[in-house]
Design a protein around this ligand. Structure first.
Ligand SMILES: Nc1ncnc2c1ncn2[C@@H]1O[C@H](COP(=O)(O)OP(=O)(O)OP(=O)(O)O)[C@@H](O)[C@H]1O
Ligand SMILES: [Mg+2]
Length: 324
């Protein structure tokens, strides 16, 4: 893709500890087009946040990063040297899972919304930055934004705090907005409201988005395409509609089967589907298909690395089953 904002090829991350190395990401490929919204989905521990953190230079000190190639906005970037750190807060902004950790309890929301803009607009007056902040706060649906600018973190409810965090990310006018589980800390009603704010934003901003979530439902609401991760590898990717309509990889199918359908009548007798087995040992990754041990469609040759297949729907998947 020539007009891609971000291209990452073969991103690998290992965490060292106790004389062992856990290979948490094993050659991840991700491309995000300009103005496009991409979802990153997978079970807990599949490495979604590690991908986001690597892009921002936020990985823990025991992480070892390598990538064959990384290009952001037409410039080669080296994740291993922490070059990506320079993009944080200017070209790339992040909406974290827990708004409590993103907001400082000691300062008013207004002063934090002003400070976040300083790197992006170093010459702008405080008055101008304050006015911008107030306007964006109103825009993300905080009532009485002018008055609320003078309040502290504890004076906001969970949903309002998450709106503040979204405003914070918008104020730096990033080229890429990363939202890591933006609604998991919220209850269902508030979650719906925050999703609505993100959806409106998606329609109006020219920024690209990377939405990290374990919920395919959320990804479907907010994204054009999806990357499905399992144990640090990409097992399937493609347009959201195509993947939802006809998931090709057995893991994607299993993941979708585990989702609660909000429109289905509640049947207390029916058990929620789960994927049997557990994620593989990341210290000694299996040589063949990473999902084989839990796969209902497993065959003998799944002990060898599966081929990468392309479907006419735009889906790409790694599986031995031809018409998986
Ligand atoms: N600093 C660290 N040292 C060692 N292992 C780590 C470290 N940080 C993360 N991990 C491991 O890396 C793996 C991937 O973690 P990551 O947080 O990226 O998963 P995730 O898909 O975001 O999960 P979740 O949905 O729970 O947020 C996990 O097995 C985790 O335990
Ligand atoms: Mg995570």
């Amino acid at each position: 893709m020539t007009d891609a904002l971000l291209v990452i090829e073969k991103l690998s991350v290992s965490y060292r500890g106790g004389g062992r190395a856990a290979h948490v990401l094993d050659g991840i490929d991700i491309t995000i087009g300009r103005g496009q919204s991409v979802g990153l989905v997978g079970e807990s521990g599949s490495g979604k946040s590690t991908v986001a953190f690597a892009m921002l230079g936020l990985l823990a000190g025991n992480a070892e990063v390598s990538a064959r190639r990384a290009v952001f906005d037409g410039r080669e970037t080296n994740f291993a040297t922490g070059e990506a750190t320079a993009l944080r807060g200017t070209d790339i902004a992040m909406i974290f899972q827990d708004p409590m950790t993103a907001l400082n309890p000691m300062f008013t929301i207004g002063s934090q919304l002003v400070d976040i803009q300083r790197r992006r607009f170093p010459k702008e007056s405080r008055r101008k930055l304050w006015a911008r902040a107030e306007a964006v706060l109103a825009d993300v649906g905080v009532p009485d934004a002018a008055g609320r600018m003078h309040c502290y973190r504890h004076e906001f409810s969970g949903g309002m705090r998450q709106r503040v965090v979204i405003a914070m990310a918008l104020l730096v006018e990033p080229k890429l907005l990363i939202a890591d589980e933006p609604t998991t800390a919220l209850d269902a009603t508030i979650e719906a409201q925050v999703v609505e704010v993100l959806r409106r934003l998606r329609q109006r901003t020219a920024a690209s988005m990377l939405v990290v979530s374990h919920s395919m439902g959320l990804i479907a609401e907010l994204c054009d395409s999806v990357v499905v991760m399992y144990a640090g590898t990409v097992v399937e990717s493609g347009p959201v509609r195509a993947v939802l309509h006809r998931p090709r990889h057995p893991y994607t199918r299993a993941l979708l089967a585990c989702e609660i359908d909000p429109y289905a009548a509640f049947d207390p007798a029916q058990d929620l589907a789960t994927i049997p087995g557990s994620v593989p040992d990341l210290v000694r990754r299996p040589a063949g298909c990473i999902f084989a041990a839990r796969c209902p469609a497993r065959q003998d040759h799944c002990t060898c690395k599966p081929p990468h297949r392309q479907a006419s729907s735009g889906q790409a998947y790694a599986c031995w089953l031809e018409a998986a």
